[in-house]
Design a protein around this ligand. Structure first.
Ligand code: CA
Length: 673
């Protein structure tokens, strides 16, 4: 009892002190934000013109407390252990975003994960943001766990409420949370009422309930507690071009009081920057609202660092507009800042969870134990009761550790400096930053030629050719790359159909040339999957049907084959041919297959013409339904420049009614000399 009293007194003193602190107008004088000076010798940053002084350079850094509890340490560029929020500020970040879940814990108090981001966590994050001169965006999900376009689950405590009771609960909850932040002296600049609320929110699916009841209640609470804070609504999928016009019109129809229309923008999912500009400008112009990007992120590496697979990255290489490099990450962010700065009423950009890194264990099992205990993975097993379909199935670690601004040891990446450098630009010597992979398909019997130059992506994201020296090769079997050894073209030709990874150096980096050795077919549309394309049929008799046909049960491979049929006696006679030019000089083999019946005495053969003369033929017969006969003509000598025609002649002599047949799978392969 006595102890409790002391606790209460201590609490009152702490609260009074923080009230004093908040109430003090001279705070800026006592604790002025230190000037920021960002320098880099290696990061290329193109200046964003006309960037307002107060443009929001935001960072969602919600997970930090749970990561620190998990043993994560953050450092500055000198390798000194430093408050990560200070490092963010020092590199140009002026706003921190933190998500808030109502009750991300099970009955026994076990956290759901994803940072266990309740209001207490938000207060911790907010205080550190304020101490480091940054404002806070409070991001209410109005759920006990992740809310996004796919799921907007109602908090457990509100599950059985009717909409009016739920709206009242949301109002009171919002007010209570914001009051707590205010009491703690947190500088809340913006409040987000819902997260990626694309037509769902807090278990509701009707716009009237979402906007008129729930969002309006959240908005009212913000205005009452923090009259100077901006109110943001947040949606995703700008690439679906009618989405935002539709959502904004719903907000207007129900007369929602809000200031900022915010969008997620993940470059690998959410369309082009031009489209983003168009859909957000439309909202800004039509309703005179501010707009911003509330979430963006990009990979600095393809590699995972916590034994839990990542959203993007595997497969590596330059698959998108930016390479997965530190510079590529910075270029992506710079371009998004540039895009939003040029929008009408564009106020800023928030990067998503740039501080969420691996908890550092040496194995999956070790990390899993940490994620379960401290909630530092995306979901713990304890979330399974609340979110059985997603968290219950896939709980585990961090799927975005390769999109952070800190490496797996907690050291800041050079790319973090983009937020500071973008204001004045930072032009360094332009050089190769990443190499494009080369993919070749080479005929087993052909010549293996590797490129002497390959495409590099430069620091400024332009492309240039650079010279490459190929040094080693390895077989690739499925997802596995066998050990590398010397490059051996003869071995590649002798080992049959096989994939290789040939590595070399270019611009000081490792280049990859993926080679598939194949039995190359020089005919186009060999299985008639593209209909008649490449083939010429010449009717001699008067057939009722002569055409490419789609019917998988009558095809040797694929869905299509070439079909003939005639009712009239002795009327089937035609040729089917393909002309090929520009083959390399050498020996070739031609193969074609047929099935059919009711043809009487047939005269059927495949043939090869060179420069208009038939040089070789091979006979065929109709063997009945689904009995395929194959003709092979080998030893075809071809000189570069000759015209080669491969074909099939079909005549059904003395046939009764209904001679029919199917032709499929024509192959022209080179033959080893
Ligand atoms: Ca991971």
């Amino acid at each position: 009892m006595r102890k409790l009293k002391i606790g209460v007194i201590a609490l009152v003193i702490v609260l009074s002190l923080s009230f004093l602190f908040v109430g003090c107008d001279t705070e800026d004088k006592k604790n002025p934000p230190p000037p920021i000076h960002v320098e880099s010798d290696t990061l290329y940053v193109e200046k964003v013109e006309n960037l307002p002084e107060d443009f929001i350079m935001g960072m969602d850094a919600s997970c930090v407390p749970s990561l620190e509890a998990s043993g994560v340490k953050y450092y500055d560029y000198n390798g000194e252990k430093t408050d990560v929020y200070k490092t963010l500020y020092n590199n140009g970040i002026n706003y921190i975003r933190v998500r808030v879940w109502n009750d991300p814990f099970d009955e026994k108090g076990n956290g759901y994960g994803g940072g266990n981001c309740d209001i207490e966590n938000a207060i911790k994050v907010g205080k550190r943001a304020t101490e480091n001169h940054m404002k806070l965006l409070v991001n209410f999900h109005y759920s006990d766990f992740w809310a996004d376009p796919a799921k907007q689950m109602v908090p457990k405590a509100w599950a059985n409420m009717d909409i009016d009771t739920k709206a009242k609960a949301l109002y009171e909850y919002t007010k209570d949370c914001l009051q707590k932040l205010k009491n703690a002296g947190v500088d809340v600049g913006m409040v987000q009422i819902g997260n990626e609320t694309n037509g769902k929110m807090c278990g509701e699916k009707i716009w009237m309930n979402i906007v008129f009841k729930l969002m309006a209640s959240g908005s009212k609470a913000v205005r009452e507690v923090l009259p100077n804070a901006l109110i943001a609504v947040h949606f995703a999928n700008p690439e679906k071009v009618t989405n935002y016009a539709d959502y904004a019109s719903k907000l207007a129809y129900y007369n929602l009081d809000y200031d900022v229309f915010a969008s997620s923008y993940y470059p690998y999912w959410h369309g082009t920057l031009e489209n983003l500009t168009e859909v957000l400008n439309n909202v800004a112009n039509t309703y005179n609202k501010k707009v911003m990007v509330a979430e963006v992120s990009y990979a600095y590496t393809a590699e995972d660092s916590d034994f839990y697979g990542n959203t993007i990255g595997e497969g590596g290489g330059v698959t998108k507009n930016y390479p997965y490099t530190v510079q590529g990450q910075a270029n992506c962010v710079r371009d998004v800042i540039d895009t939003v700065a040029k929008m009408k009423n564009g106020i800023g950009v928030f990067y998503w969870e740039g501080t969420w890194i691996s908890v550092g264990g040496a194995s999956y099992e070790e990390n899993l134990a940490i994620w379960e205990k401290h909630g530092s993975g995306w979901a713990s097993s304890y979330a399974g009761d609340y979110d059985p379909d997603d968290a219950g199935q896939w709980y585990g670690g961090n799927a975005v550790d390769n999109q952070a601004f800190f490496d797996k040891y907690g050291k800041p990446l050079e790319s973090l400096k983009v937020f500071g450098l973008v204001r004045e630009g930072n032009v360094v010597e332009n050089k190769a930053n990443a190499l494009e992979d080369t993919n070749l398909v080479i005929d087993l019997n052909g010549q293996i030629l590797l490129p002497e130059k390959i495409n590099a992506v430069m620091l400024d994201n332009s492309k240039q050719e650079v010279e490459v020296e190929w040094t080693q090769m390895a077989k690739v079997e499925g997802y596995e790359t066998l050990p590398y050894g010397p490059i051996d073209f003869d071995a590649m030709k002798n080992d049959g159909v096989q994939k290789y990874d040939i590595i070399g150096t270019a611009g000081g980096m490792t280049a990859h040339c993926y080679v598939s050795m194949v039995e190359y077919n020089f005919l186009q549309n060999y299985s008639f999957e593209e209909g008649e394309k490449g083939w010429v049929a010449t009717p001699i008799g008067a057939m009722d049907e002569l055409k490419a046909e789609e019917k998988s049960t009558d095809s040797l491979t694929g869905l299509w084959h070439y079909h003939f049929w005639s009712q009239a006696t002795n009327s089937v006679e035609f040729t089917l041919e393909q002309t090929v030019t520009d083959l390399p000089t050498g020996k070739y083999k031609y193969t074609i297959s047929i099935m059919g019946g009711d043809g009487g005495n047939t005269n059927i053969y495949s043939y090869v013409k060179i420069n208009g003369e038939i040089v070789k033929t091979s006979p065929l017969e109709l063997g009945g339904y689904n009995v395929w006969n194959t003709a092979v003509i080998g030893d075809i000598d071809y000189q570069s420049g000759d015209e080669i025609v491969v074909g099939i002649y079909v005549q059904c002599e003395g046939a009764g009614n209904g001679a029919w047949g199917k032709i499929d799978d024509a192959l022209l392969n080179s033959v080893k000399e």
